[in-house]
Design a protein around this ligand. Structure first.
Ligand SMILES: [Zn+2]
Length: 451
């Protein structure tokens, strides 16, 4: 039995825009048929251009708590490392229940921003002394409340720095042995069963995990996505060279095969050789433009990487910004500022909006092991409907509508978001968000009052 048929006057299919598409979705929320030039009779009409849901490959959902609260310069040179201390302090104040509320609210914001799947790189395992399974399960419940699909990536965090340095006091709740990690992944997979969620694994970084231990981790957890922060900060690259005698990506590639399971997050300070190495591999690079800008990380050379065959996806990371279009916009703007060109990440004869949205969604789907990223038979019915009646979009060709979302868009250009064939957002809003808002406001005020 079909769960529904949907009629789109314009839909972005893998080969480009198509008109009058009738999309059939089964009870599991999967697309089982797409007919073009079809009539709308009996179908639910999607009133604006329909694009695939965006995939968010990298999020630390608890960091939404401090969005906008780290703009006060308290020290001489504010940096990633001073920000990290502020973030550790904030996370230390959260109970597991508070994390769940905050996460549900922030997942709703991400859904409103056009994301339908999030890769949650989850490391506050023992908040308030809780068991790792309890904290992780809380995040799954939070995603369920938002209707969002999750690829949960429990983080393997062992050390505070290269050379197996012991964890600092504030990092202790993140620590886990390989046995604990393997057991957590196994239990989460058992609990979830089939459905919209997946479980991968995330060795935190080459600072927090010893690279020579990774083959053992890959053997113990032998399927699902593997995500790792790498080369985000120059200090980290320098430390890696000092301890490992190589730059981080070269060192990693000496110990593991960078196959389809891998997603390398940031890779900001990759050398030319490392860019070529990643582009030749089957790994996806996960770029987080607004967070990388906020933390003063630097700019990854996206155009050069893409020209060598590399694939990138996007992530909201610290969740300072929760809209997909905003990440894509800054991704291209960063390249423009570096290269003194415009429309860097598309080719001649292409619209930037379509190219960026389609490329990031497809690579993101692979990086999270999710059957999404395209409107096609066999993929899940995750989509975003733009507001065709908005004055900036009304009466335009779909390519200009999508360019407007990516380049000029405020969130009010998104009308509806559907995940697994169910509507989660209408008129740009998630209906459950208002209920959680007072508690989220309280948590943010408490944080400032605790200063
Ligand atoms: Zn991160």
């Amino acid at each position: 039995m079909n769960a529904g048929t949907f009629h789109c006057s314009r839909a972005l299919l893998p080969h480009g825009w198509a008109s009058n598409c009738l999309v059939t979705v089964d009870e599991d929320g999967m697309i089982v048929g797409i007919e073009v030039d079809a009539s709308a009779s009996g179908a639910t009409v999607l009133p604006g251009p329909v694009i695939p849901g965006m995939v968010n490959v990298h999020s630390h959902i608890h960091q939404r708590l401090i969005a906008g609260l780290t703009g006060y310069r308290a020290v001489g040179a504010d940096s990633f490392w001073t920000w990290r201390e502020q973030m550790y302090r904030a996370v230390g104040l959260l109970s597991p229940d508070e994390l769940r509320t905050l996460a549900a609210f922030a997942f709703m914001e991400l859904v409103e921003g056009g994301y339908t799947v999030t890769g949650e790189f989850h490391y506050p395992h023992r908040l308030g002394g809780a068991e790792p399974l309890e904290t992780a399960t809380g995040l799954v419940k939070a995603a369920d409340a938002a209707g969002m699909s999750l690829t949960l990536l429990p983080v393997w965090y062992r050390y505070s720095g290269f050379g197996r340095q012991a964890l600092a006091e504030r990092q202790r709740p993140f620590g886990m042995t390989l046995d604990e990690l393997t057991s957590l992944v196994g239990r989460l997979r058992e609990q979830m069963g089939p459905g919209v969620h997946r479980v991968g694994v995330a060795p935190h970084s080459l600072r927090a995990v010893e690279v020579s231990d990774l083959p053992e981790m890959l053997a113990a957890i032998d399927s699902g996505p593997v995500h790792l922060h790498i080369s985000e900060q120059p200090a980290e690259v320098a430390e890696c060279r000092r301890h490992g005698g190589r730059t981080p990506i070269e060192l990693l590639a000496e110990h593991v095969e960078l196959d389809r399971r891998w997603c390398l997050i940031h890779a900001t300070h990759a050398s030319d050789d490392e860019i070529a190495l990643m582009a030749r591999s089957d790994a996806v690079v996960g770029l987080c433009p607004t967070t990388e800008a906020d933390l003063g990380d630097g700019l990854f050379p996206v155009r050069s990487f893409v020209d060598q065959g590399g694939r990138f996806a996007i992530g909201s990371d610290s969740n300072l910004v929760t809209d997909a279009a905003g990440e894509l916009r800054l991704l291209d703007w960063g390249q423009r500022l570096q290269l003194n060109q415009r429309n860097v990440l598309c080719d001649e004869g292409e619209h930037l909006g379509r190219r960026l949205w389609a490329d990031a969604a497809r690579a993101g789907a692979d990086a999270l092991g999710q059957p999404v990223g395209e409107l096609a038979v066999g993929r899940r019915a995750d989509w975003v409907v733009l507001d065709a009646a908005h004055p900036l979009l009304e009466g335009l060709d779909a390519d200009y509508q999508l360019d407007t979302l990516v380049l000029a868009g405020a969130r009010d250009l998104i009308d509806q978001v559907w995940i697994a064939g169910r509507q989660q957002v209408s008129n740009g809003r998630h209906p459950s968000r208002a209920e959680l808002a007072p508690e989220v406001a309280r948590l943010r005020r408490r944080l400032l009052e605790a200063d």
